[in-house]
Design a protein around this ligand. Structure first.
Ligand code: G3P
Length: 229
């Protein structure tokens, strides 16, 4: 069966290396995401551990992202993540330059190019408005603004640093109106999502607020119900 398509506004749930997001837990979260999508119509994708991607893809319709790929080609490379291999496994996209997997600017550029060649959706994370402006020149599909100090804090970027979200939206759209802007860090509630959209974000990147929630289904439902689409 065709998987659910990635659309914006988007909720992208990053499972990181959390135990609660590994193996069978990743499958459980993907099934929850599928149910929440069916209930709300909100587009939801998961960025899983790479080793979990195939089992998650086989078990649910939820679109799966890699957390990272390398800008290598088919051939003589070892220990790298080949974009084509990720795509053939059934992933629809990849995060690039997550705050916990940062890359030099020229590597971000090369990775976007290689990921696009493999038909992967490219969501590049940036830690500042200026970095967002620089990355926008490389035309990824989306840029997620995430102030590092708020990641995992439970204090939402959309409430604590609204000027960073609106500043990133303005700067990125000024370079290329087609790039979707997401925001992330500390998002835990529907209110945070509403605030993010008011600032111009077209969705969120979230991790602990869902993966480490006591009730991930209730947490994701709250976020998804609050996203206007
Ligand atoms: O990739 C999303 C992430 O960095 C935000 O993490 O736990 O603050 O939602 P969290």
């Amino acid at each position: 069966m065709e998987g659910i398509l990635v659309k914006y506004p988007l909720i992208l749930v990053n499972l990181k290396t959390y135990r609660e997001g590994m193996g069978e837990n990743a499958v459980r979260l993907a099934k929850i995401a599928e149910q929440v999508h069916i209930k709300t119509g909100t587009s939801i994708a998961l960025a899983t551990q790479l080793a979990d991607s195939k089992v998650v893809i086989d078990a649910s319709e939820t679109p799966v992202f890699a957390q990272h790929v390398d800008p290598v080609g088919v051939g003589q490379f070892t220990g790298h993540i080949l974009p084509e291999s990720v795509a053939e496994a059934g992933c629809v996209g990849t995060l690039i330059n997550h705050s916990e997997r940062q890359l030099p600017l020229e590597v971000i550029k090369a990775t976007i190019k290689r990921a696009r060649e493999a038909d992967l959706e490219t969501v590049v994370c940036v830690d500042s408005v200026e970095k967002g402006r620089q990355v926008a020149a490389f035309a990824p599909h989306a840029i997620a603004i995430e102030p590092p100090e708020l990641i995992g804090s439970g204090i939402s970027v959309s409430k604590a640093r609204p000027e960073v979200v609106s500043g990133a939206v303005t700067a990125i759209k000024h370079v290329n109106t087609k790039i979707h802007v997401l925001c992330g860090a500390g998002i835990t509630s529907g209110e945070d999502v509403v605030a993010a959209q008011k600032l111009g974000a077209e969705g969120i990147l979230v991790a602990s607020g869902v993966v480490k929630a006591k009730d991930p289904q209730a947490a994701l439902l709250d976020l998804a119900r609050s996203l206007r689409h």
